[in-house]
Each structure stands twice: as structure tokens, then as C-alpha cells.
Design a protein around this ligand. Structure first.
Ligand code: 5GP
Length: 117
């Protein structure tokens, strides 16, 4: 069950600020407030899904495809498309997902560690 009391919902509503990178009909991208590497962006769904699993289970294939298209556009805007980057989506308790609104991390700008653990 989606709970609107989360920080990404507030960013979507412009109730709290973010450093926006990109926006279209399905996605909003902004910089992570606490970057773990040189380039650390977040791409969130505009529609209200708890996590990536919830999104893919309920959204249309077109919406899922459009979201991944937005992720690729953001990587290009951030100029990591040629050097390479990692996308990560934390889902639920064991992944330590902090914000219960569907999002993907884009990590890059430098050589990343081998493991995500
Ligand atoms: P999760 O663990 O849910 O995959 O990651 C949530 C991410 O959101 C974390 O990397 C955290 O730094 C980021 N974050 C939390 N609060 C804010 C905020 O208010 N603004 C921005 N830009 N990022 C945030």
C-alpha cells in the first residue's frame, strides 16, 4: 500500500526542493542528496508505486518502457552513457530501501566497487 508520507512524494508535489535533472510524463530525475559516488542521480516514477516490483507488476509495458527510456536519457544528460554506469533499485526490507516510492539510482562518474553489497 502506497504511503504518501515519504520524501519523494513531497518532491513530486514540489513541497520540498530537489536539484532536477530531467522530467517527462512518467519520470522525474534529480541528484541524490547524499551521493555515494561522483555521479549519483535518482529517477523516480511519477505514478505512485511503492517500489520497482510494484511498478512492473501493475504498470503497462509502455509505461515501464518509457521509464527505462527516461533512465537512459538521464544517463546521457549526465554524460555517463559512454564511460558506463550502474543502475540499482532497492526493493523492500532486505534491500534496505529507505524511501517507499519507486526509484532507480544511477551511479557512475568513476570506477565503482565490484560488489553492490
Ligand atoms: P533507497 O535506499 O530508498 O534506495 O534510497 C533512497 C535515496 O534517497 C538515498 O540514497 C538518499 O540519500 C536519498 N534521499 C533521501 N532523502 C532525500 C531528499 O530529501 N532529497 C534527495 N535528493 N535525495 C534524498
Amino acid at each position: 500500500m502506497y504511503d504518501k508520507n515519504n520524501v519523494f512524494y513531497k518532491i513530486l508535489q514540489s513541497e520540498i526542493p530537489s536539484k532536477k535533472i530531467y522530467e517527462d510524463g512518467v519520470a522525474l530525475a534529480f541528484y541524490d542528496i547524499n551521493p555515494v559516488c561522483k555521479v549519483h542521480a535518482l529517477v523516480i516514477t511519477k505514478a505512485l508505486y511503492v517500489d520497482f516490483h510494484d511498478f512492473v507488476s501493475k504498470a503497462s509495458p509502455e509505461e515501464v518502457g518509457a521509464f527505462f527510456g527516461a533512465v537512459a536519457k538521464v544517463a546521457k544528460l549526465l554524460e555517463v552513457d559512454e564511460s558506463g554506469y550502474r543502475i540499482v533499485s532497492n526493493i523492500g526490507k532486505d534491500s534496505r530501501q529507505e524511501v517507499p516510492h519507486c526509484h532507480v539510482h544511477i551511479l557512475g562518474g568513476e570506477q565503482l566497487c565490484q560488489s553492490s553489497k
